[in-house]
Design a protein around this ligand. Structure first.
Ligand SMILES: *Cc1c(COP(=O)(O)O)cnc(C)c1O
Length: 425
């Protein structure tokens, strides 16, 4: 059956890598067997441009049911009024939203990339910074918390059409209500990009953006633990979605705009095998066990943050409300860079990413920080005790960056602890 040895041997090597190491990249997780079965299915053979019941191709009667199930489950999971499950990724979901609600040259206001935001929130190297006029808010230097005053002042002076909240490396919850208030004042739409914490939000473990933000986007592969992909949702039929005085009843107009911005606006045929896998993941996330998982993800992150703090590492904002933390390494050792930390931990099979810290003085290729997240290790079954061991091993590695025999010992400890926790359930 399988004769492309080159690729399948490499896939086996990657399985070994994923099995024998600690995965602490905050945006990664382990999808379940049934999610992967759906992804690897014959659904990849089908073209289905359009939406369920409104396709441009014949033979869609089965994929229509699959996509409708994905939509219905997603709406139930978040209590959404409307959803589109076709975006190929989080970046595609954001591209579709911006194409749908903005004209090129419009001003947007997003969270600064160097403070923890995402490329698609206005970075000059991304479509969002090239096609639109980006402005940014960030965190306060002394607290590491979102600077809502600056956000409000910038919204009032720049009058953006779209305010984007959500981040890739911010460990605290968001005040969506406050952002919506200033958006209403200046006539802006609010987009919450919950790509990172969506699995926690789905189970009520963090503030609910759907109550306050006009549009919500997410990936499906981070805390939501599904296949790689994106989604767009709207929570309510807001009275004033365009900042123009209109009566209620705009959800229909707005959803047509967003559906059209996904296809034909920015994508061609949807990936029905991925949509089936999304439906499986939404089904898993609807189960009560997924709430236990989410709670454990947060507990594990808080234990890890405390343990790292006790060992002299400074956590930006002082702790975490969610699944991740950003560590400023300078507090531990002024010469320890994010790059060296990532390389050293890599030698021990502890996978993390270097990350700029707010008000960073080093280049993004070097950085003064690292980002740690607990979704993947929690899926494997790690709990509080294991997180203490993880913190200990990380600290031992980072205080012995030049000592290869100690790093080798740590690698063996990582492997033997990992062996007790199989990847898939
Ligand atoms: C991960 C992420 C994305 C992009 O997701 P991709 O699937 O990698 O395109 C968008 N926004 C935020 C905030 C993210 O963290």
């Amino acid at each position: 059956m399988v004769n492309d040895k080159a690729i399948f041997v490499l896939i086996d090597s990657e399985l070994t890598r994923q099995t024998n190491g600690f995965e602490l990249i905050a945006s990664e997780n382990y999808a379940s067997d049934q999610v992967m079965r759906a992804m690897g299915s014959i659904l990849t053979n089908k073209y289905a441009e359009g939406l369920p019941g409104k396709r441009y191709y014949g033979g869609c009667e089965v994929v229509d049911q699959i996509e409708q199930l994905a939509i219905d489950r997603l709406k139930a999971l978040f209590g959404a009024e409307w959803a589109n499950v076709q975006p190929h990724s989080g970046a595609q979901a954001n591209a579709a939203v911006m194409l749908g609600v903005l004209n090129s040259g419009d001003s947007i206001l997003g969270f600064d990339l160097s403070h923890g935001g995402h490329l698609t929130h206005g970075s000059p190297v991304n479509f969002s910074g090239k096609l639109y006029k980006p402005h940014f808010y960030g965190v306060k230097q002394d607290t590491g918390l979102i600077d809502y005053e600056t956000l409000e002042e910038t919204a009032r002076s720049k009058r953006p059409k779209l305010i984007i909240c959500g981040a890739s490396s911010y460990s605290r919850d968001w005040n969506y209500e406050r952002i919506r208030r200033v958006a209403d004042e200046v006539g802006a739409l609010v987009l919450a990009d919950i790509s990172h914490p969506s699995g926690l939000i789905a189970k009520g473990l963090l503030n609910d953006p759907l109550k306050h933000c006009h549009i919500v986007t997410s990936t499906t592969h981070k805390t939501l633990r599904g296949p790689r992909g994106g989604i767009i949702m709207m929570g309510e039929d807001f009275e004033n979605p365009f900042g123009i005085k209109t009566p209620k009843g705009d959800l229909k107009k707005m959803s047509a705009l967003l559906d059209g911005a996904v296809f034909p606006g920015t994508q061609g045929g949807p990936l029905e095998h991925i949509i089936a896998a999304k439906a499986v993941a939404f089904g898993e996330a609807l189960s009560p066990e997924f709430k236990d998982y989410g709670k454990q993800v947060i507990t594990n992150a808080q234990v890890l943050a405390n343990e790292m703090t006790d060992r002299g590492y400074s956590i930006i904002s002082g702790g975490t409300d969610n699944h991740l933390m950003l560590i400023d390494l300078r507090s531990k050792n002024a010469h320890l860079t994010g790059k060296l930390a990532e390389e050293t931990l890599g030698k021990c099979h502890i996978t993390i990413n270097k990350n700029t810290v707010p008000f960073e003085e080093r280049s993004p290729f070097v950085t003064s920080g690292i980002r740690l997240g607990t979704p993947a290790l929690t899926t494997r079954g790690f709990k509080e005790n294991e997180m203490q061991i993880v913190a200990d091993l990380i600290d031992r590695a980072l205080t012995n960056t030049e000592n290869n025999s100690i790093l080798k010992e740590i690698r063996n400890d990582v492997k033997s602890l990992s062996e007790g926790y199989p990847l898939h359930a």
